[in-house]
Write a protein that binds this ligand. Structure first.
Ligand code: NAD
Length: 433
């Protein structure tokens, strides 16, 4: 499972050889702390007062000329002329961004009544994605579109994107919307989920176990749900995290009712992570392969979500995070069933998010992992595995912890202004948009 190529390119002969051969140059990602300060730039005429929220991220100002993070406020970019200020702001500093550094561009929603503003703001997407592909050195580039939301509503998102927690998130466009939404600033940003209950499906191992560990680390009581045959592993994970285990097949017709019965105090965070693959090309795929994947990955997510919302199990201010996949966004040969199920998750999120927020005070988002180093991907044949690992801007696979951190940001009490988003955790995979 270890990425030997990444270790090899970290040695002097490895660097020399791979450079000479024009091979990918993955940089080890910094997942503990960013070193350096923050550089705050502006393009166009902005009304935002970002300084207070940027100060609270904990990154001091950059006085070494080697920023760990650059935030470019481009919310005031309204035409092609002011777009030139984006170039003028970043061109001189882009080379000096520290390794594993962060570039965050702040944009505004596209104005349907002003096609010049819309063109300039949409241009920021192409800019962000292109810079993400060329910047290298484990650096990430993301765009945050601030609706009418005030800057406080964007705090959890800025903290996430300007921290090591977002190491494998790049080339993303994230909307932070108007804030008549439940944005709850935690008493302690290190333990934002203290006193909250989170349920993670498929958490006996892999990404789900990592999500459970991250949420528990942030103070949540975690319920580790997995199929009865994985009960022992689920119990071990729960014991380690001071949580509880729930042995249940999520495809059971009454799964939602049984979860509701097991949580008399209600639920604050629901993570739909359980998922399976049953790959075959469509011509060779029997109906069982189709329906089992659609049932676990999509139908059960719809059913349990409906049941838990209807039962009022999800407390106000609650969070639902479902797990999609870049295979669902880009398509993947041999995975018509899996791709359909994961694209279905994106549809569910986009449709349900505004209603769940209006009716229940609950946000609904999804993470879409790319190539993540798990038992599942370790079983992929060598050459396909190597291609999967390298075909992204960071030229390496992500870790379950990367998906877990992204999930935790979406589950954060202060992330109430982030709703209906499908955020890829894929190192800016070359597959799909
Ligand atoms: P995994 O196979 O290691 O773990 C999945 C867990 O879900 C297992 O513990 C399994 O027992 C459980 N599960 C399966 N069916 C269930 C059911 N009916 N009821 C309850 N639990 C059930 O998988 P993983 O790699 O950790 O993937 C987790 C999620 O991330 C899945 O939704 C997967 O599709 C998605 N994903 C993974 C990758 C990757 O690279 N590993 C990429 C994109 C998306």
């Amino acid at each position: 499972m270890a990425d030997r190529y990444l270790s090899f390119t970290g040695t002097a002969p490895g660097r020399f050889l791979t450079r000479r051969l024009g091979l990918p140059q993955p940089a080890p990602l910094e997942r503990r702390s960013l070193t350096g300060g923050l550089l705050h730039l502006t393009a166009g005429k902005s009304d935002l007062d970002l300084a207070p929220v940027l100060t609270r991220t904990g990154l001091g100002p950059d006085d070494a000329g080697r920023p760990a993070a650059v935030v470019l406020d481009a919310t005031g970019v309204r035409d092609v002329d002011s777009l030139a200020e984006v170039h003028a702001a970043l061109h001189p500093v882009v080379r000096s961004v520290a390794a594993s550094g962060r570039v965050v561009v702040l944009g505004a929603p596209l104005d349907p009544a002003d096609h010049h503003q819309a063109a300039a703001q949409q241009a920021l997407e192409g800019f962000t994605r292109s810079l993400g592909k060329e910047i290298g050195g484990g650096r990430t580039v993301n765009l945050v579109r601030l609706g009418d939301a005030d800057t406080d509503a964007a705090e959890s998102t800025l903290r996430f994107l300007l921290s090591p927690a977002s190491a494998y998130v790049s080339g993303q466009v994230i909307e932070v919307q108007a804030a008549d939404t439940p944005v709850t600033t935690p008493d302690d940003w290190d333990l934002p989920l203290a006193g909250r209950t989170a349920l993670v499906t498929g958490a006996a191992r892999g990404i789900g176990a990592a999500v459970a560990a991250t949420l528990a680390g942030q103070g949540a009581h975690v319920v580790v749900l997995d199929v009865p045959r994985a009960e022992e592993e689920a119990r071990k994970v729960a014991e380690r995290l001071g949580g509880s285990a729930l042995a249940l097949d999520i495809t059971d017709a009454d799964a939602g009712e049984r979860i509701a019965a097991a949580l008399p105090g209600g639920l604050d965070v629901l993570i739909h992570n359980a998922g399976i693959t049953r790959d075959r090309r469509l011509a060779n795929m029997d109906a069982e392969r189709w329906s089992s994947v659609l049932d676990v990955n999509l139908a059960s997510v719809l059913r349990t979500t409906d049941a838990l919302l209807a039962a009022g199990t999800l407390n106000r201010g609650g969070r639902i995070v479902a797990t999609a996949s870049i295979a669902g966004l880009a398509g993947n040969a041999g995975q018509t069933n899996y791709g359909a199920s994961k694209a279905g998750i994106a549809g569910l999120v986009r449709s349900l998010a505004p209603r769940a927020l209006a009716e229940h005070g609950v946000t609904v988002n999804a993470v879409a992992p790319g190539f993540i180093e798990t038992k599942m991907t370790a079983a992929v044949p060598l050459f396909i595995r190597e291609a999967g690992r390298r075909m992204n801007s960071l030229a390496q696979g992500g870790l379950p912890a990367d998906v877990a951190e992204t999930t935790a940001w979406l589950a954060h009490p202060a992330s109430g202004a982030v709703n209906g988003q499908v955020v890829r955790v894929c190192g800016q995979s070359l597959l799909g948009a």
